[in-house]
Design a protein around this ligand. Structure first.
Ligand code: SIN
Ligand code: FE2
Length: 202
């Protein structure tokens, strides 16, 4: 077992789990995913475009449109999601503590002004499986709250190469991204942040 660097409200964080070389390789793998399944702006049920652009790899991809949030086996443009890169699966197998492989690899791209409001991850069938998150590129101020909406919150920075998990008691905590610190990483030539989240869906 690899011990986390610290935990906040039961959210373990492995700081700099990925070396700069591993991060660069992962970016190449994710560019290939995006080439096969282009990033798109999900739309909320109210018809508002999310600031984050997304795509997925694996058997299931997470989509949102006026019909709601759900997992789909095809991209909104109709193609199948590409396979989850091996290097991504390796992170899951090392840190998830879970015996099944992830079925979904959500790739979120944040530009300097993107953010993500507080929400729970609860579109999956089995909450005993963790959600594992890999951060690449510019740092993000990540906020974590409670299992119900409202109440106090705490925040910390997720930097390039950090891995984080929502697991066990923290699996259903409200969480979000307040802001991106533009220019804090040179991993992506045009800046921005990639967040990869791995999930067991069914
Ligand atoms: C998410 O909650 O799906 C994304 C979290 C992050 O970008 O770190
Ligand atoms: Fe989430």
């Amino acid at each position: 077992m690899t011990l986390p660097t610290f935990s906040v409200r039961g959210v373990p964080v492995w700081k700099a789990f990925l070396s700069p070389e591993q991060q660069s390789r992962l970016v190449l793998d994710l560019r290939e995913v995006v080439r096969q399944a282009p990033l798109f702006h999900p739309v909320t049920m109210r018809g508002k475009e999310m600031s984050v652009r997304m795509t997925s790899a694996g058997q299931y991809g997470w989509v949102s449109d006026r019909r709601g949030y759900r997992y789909e086996q095809v991209h909104p443009a109709g193609m199948e999601w590409p396979p989850i890169p091996d290097a991504v699966l390796e992170v899951w197998r090392t840190l998830s503590g879970y015996d099944r492989d992830p079925q979904s690899c959500l790739v979120n791209f944040y530009d300097a002004s993107a953010r993500m409001g507080l929400h729970q991850d609860r579109d999956e069938a089995d909450f005993s499986a963790p959600v594992l998150s890999i951060s690449l590129g510019d740092a993000a101020l990540f906020r974590v709250g409670n299992a119900e909406r409202g109440g106090s919150t705490e925040s910390f920075w997720l930097e390039s190469g950090d891995v984080m998990a929502l697991t066990g008691e923290s699996r259903l905590l409200f969480h979000g991204v307040d802001r991106i610190r533009a220019g804090s990483s040179s991993l992506l030539p045009k800046g921005g942040r990639i967040n990869v989240t791995l999930r067991v869906v069914t």
